[in-house]
Design a protein around this ligand. Structure first.
Ligand SMILES: *Cc1c(COP(=O)(O)O)cnc(C)c1O
Length: 407
C-alpha cells in the first residue's frame, strides 16, 4: 500500500515497521479525519450514524467494519489501543475504564469456575483483593507465592491452573521476576502468563519478548504520567483479545474517548519522561544510601540489589519507584514524610510530580500483619515515586525528612 499523504486516515502500519518505541509513542495509531488535523482528534460521541438502513444492518451483522456505539467502538479509543499495542509489540489492545477493569476483564474473559490462578504476593493491593475476595466468589481460587522463588511457583501449579499473574518490578520493594522462566513454567502447564507492566511501561520493558501471553497496564500511572485520568489496557494476541473485547462489549467497563485522548497525548512524551524518571530515581537511590538515618534502599538500579543483573537483562531502565527504610519505627517514617514540603504525600505513582507514602498504612494497609511480614512491608518503610523535578530540589526536600529523624 502506498502512503498518500493527502488521503490517509490512519498512518499505515507498514510505514512504521521497524521504528523504535520512541517513534511509535508519538506516531502509531493516529486516525486523521478529512480536516487533516496534526494532533489526535477526539470523538466524544456515544453513537454513530449510517448512510442507510442496509448499512446499519451490515455494521450490526459484522459484514461491514465501522463504528456503532462507543461502549465498544470509538475512534479515539481505537487510536490509543493501536498505539499501545504497537509499543508493546502485541497484536491487539483492548482499552478499559481503569487498570482494575483491565485485570477484571482479563479474568472474566479467560477464566471460569474451577480454574486456579497463581499470583505473586507483592501485587497491587486491589489486585490482591480482586483475586482473593471476588474471583473466589465465582469459583476461581488463587494461590499467592513469592515473586522470585521459582520453586514456590512450580509447587503451586495444579492441573486446574490457568493463569500465572505477576508485576515486575514489584511494589514497593522493587523485586524482579525472571519472566522467561515463569513463561516456561506457565506454558508447560498450559496456563497463561500475564504481566502487569505498569511500573516499567513498554519504554523500559516489553514482556512479550520474554514469553508473556498478556500484558496489562493501569494507564492511570506512567502512560498518562500527569495525574489526570483513570484508565487501563490489556494487550495480547487476537485469539485472547477477542474474548476480552467480547466481555468488554457485554459488561461495559469501557474507556471514555476523553480519557483515551489524554492518554494519547501522554504517550507522546512517555519515552522522555521515563528516561527522566529513571535518571532521577537512580541518583536519589544512590544518594539515599549514603545518608545517616537511612537503613536500606530498595531499587533495582543499585548494584547492591540482589537482582540487579536480571533487571538489567529485562529492562532498559530501572524505573521511577524506589523505597527505603529509616532507623526507627512508624513514628520516624511518618515524621520523615511529614517534614517534606514540596513532595506530595499521596499513594499515587507514575506522575511527573514526586510522591511519597508509607506503604504499611496506605497501599498495603489492608494486609494482615503476617502478610505484611511476608511481603517485607515494615513499619519503617517509605516509598517514593520519583518525578521529573530538579534532582537538587528533591534532595533539599528529602533532607528535611532526614533532619526529622534525629529530632
Ligand atoms: C494502580 C495500579 C493498578 C490499578 O489501576 P487503576 O487504574 O487504579 O485501576 C494495577 N496495577 C498496578 C501495578 C498499579 O500500580
Amino acid at each position: 500500500m502506498t502512503y498518500r499523504r493527502e488521503e490517509h486516515t490512519m498512518i499505515p502500519e507498514s510505514d512504521l515497521e521497524g521504528v523504535s518505541v520512541d517513534t511509535l509513542a508519538v506516531r502509531a495509531g493516529q486516525i486523521r479525519t478529512g480536516q487533516l488535523e496534526h494532533s489526535d482528534a477526539i470523538f466524544p460521541t456515544s453513537s454513530f450514524v449510517y448512510g442507510s438502513a442496509a448499512q446499519a444492518a451490515a455494521r450490526f451483522g459484522g459484514d461491514e467494519p465501522g463504528n456503532i456505539y462507543s461502549r465498544f467502538t470509538n475512534p479515539t479509543v481505537q487510536a490509543f489501543e493501536a498505539r499501545i499495542a504497537a509499543m508493546e509489540g502485541g497484536e491487539r489492545a483492548v482499552a478499559t475504564a481503569s487498570g482494575m477493569a483491565a485485570i477484571l476483564s482479563t479474568c472474566m474473559a479467560l477464566l471460569q469456575s474451577g480454574d486456579h490462578v497463581v499470583c505473586s504476593r507483592g501485587v497491587f493491593g486491589t489486585t490482591n483483593v480482586l483475586f482473593q475476595k471476588y474471583m473466589a466468589r465465582f469459583g476461581v481460587e488463587t494461590s499467592f507465592v513469592a515473586l522470585t522463588d521459582l520453586d514456590e511457583w512450580q509447587q503451586a501449579i495444579r492441573p486446574e491452573t490457568k493463569m500465572l499473574f505477576i508485576e515486575t518490578p514489584s511494589n514497593p520493594l522493587c523485586e524482579v521476576a525472571d519472566m522467561a522462566a515463569l513463561a516456561k513454567l506457565a506454558h508447560a502447564a498450559d496456563a497463561l502468563f500475564v504481566v502487569d507492566n505498569c511500573f516499567c511501561t513498554p519504554v523500559l520493558q516489553r514482556p512479550f519478548e520474554f514469553g508473556a501471553d498478556i500484558v496489562i497496564h493501569s494507564a492511570t500511572k506512567y502512560l498518562d504520567g500527569q495525574g489526570r485520568c483513570i484508565g487501563g489496557v490489556v494487550v495480547g494476541p487476537n485469539r485472547l483479545m477477542d474474548e476480552v473485547y467480547g466481555f468488554l462489549r457485554s459488561a461495559g467497563p469501557t474507556l471514555s474517548p476523553f480519557n483515551a485522548w489524554v492518554f494519547l497525548k501522554g504517550l507522546e512524551t512517555l519515552p522522555i519522561r521515563m528516561r527522566a524518571h529513571c535518571e532521577n530515581a537512580l541518583e536519589l537511590a544512590t544518594w539515599l544510601q549514603q545518608q545517616v538515618g537511612v537503613e536500606r534502599v530498595y531499587y533495582a538500579g543499585l548494584k547492591s540489589h540482589p537482582q540487579h543483573e536480571l533487571a538489567a537483562s529485562q529492562q532498559t531502565g530501572f524505573g521511577g519507584v524506589l523505597s527505603f527504610t529509616v532507623t526507627g519505627g512508624q513514628d520516624k517514617a511518618w515524621a520523615f514524610i511529614d517534614a517534606t514540603r514540596m513532595i506530595s504525600i499521596t499513594a499515587n505513582l507514575g506522575d511527573v510530580k514526586t510522591t511519597i507514602t508509607h506503604p504499611g498504612t496506605t497501599t498495603h494497609g489492608r494486609l494482615s500483619p503476617d502478610d505484611k511480614a511476608h511481603a517485607g512491608i515494615t513499619d519503617n518503610l517509605i516509598r517514593i515515586s520519583v518525578g521529573i523535578e530538579s534532582i537538587d530540589d528533591l534532595k533539599v526536600d528529602l533532607k528535611r525528612g532526614l533532619a526529622a529523624l534525629s529530632a
